[in-house]
Design a protein around this ligand. Sequence first.
Ligand code: NI
Length: 199
Amino acid sequence: MPKRRRNPRNADVSDVNGEDDVVLRETAPLQLRYYGDSVLRKRAKPVVEITDADIQLAEQMLMTLEATGNGIGLAATQVGVLKRLTVVDLGEVDDEVYEPLVLFNPEILSSEGEIVAEEGCLSIPDITADVKRPERIVVEGINVQRESIRIESDGLLARVLLHEIDHLNGVLFIDRISGLKRRLLSDELLRLQQAPRPS
Ligand code: NI
């Protein structure tokens, strides 16, 4: 999921320190999958044992997210890997800096309230719409240290987690908008679906 404003942290790549710079050069971002790609409609499978390769995938996903310049969440499905893995990097929100988050096998334990906010998706470029979602959630999963963690969240973090968990179930945010709004977007969605993409 992209943020609406460009993240100033990512606005100038030359700002990164020397060490990060080497990593950025040595590891290429993963290829994003776009609307129309059938992989986005598939259900990802639980990660039974988290291997070193899975950890590396999570790190590559965080790097891919960073490379988008405005991304705050990415599901493995969006890089064509059908594993239940998502990464979130909110950066700075309302003067608070959030650490990047890796979550294997995320499960929603509970949710409450309802709130509407604008969303977009890195796999559906240039389209945004208001989406109604639970306001507060409790999510459980396994972090990059292979520890079980529980996250109580609201606001942007809750929204991103719900959006990314949807991806792991083959669900896109446009599935959650009103029929009228979807009809208004139908030409644009058709254009995206038919757009040539790098393979
Ligand atoms: Ni998305």
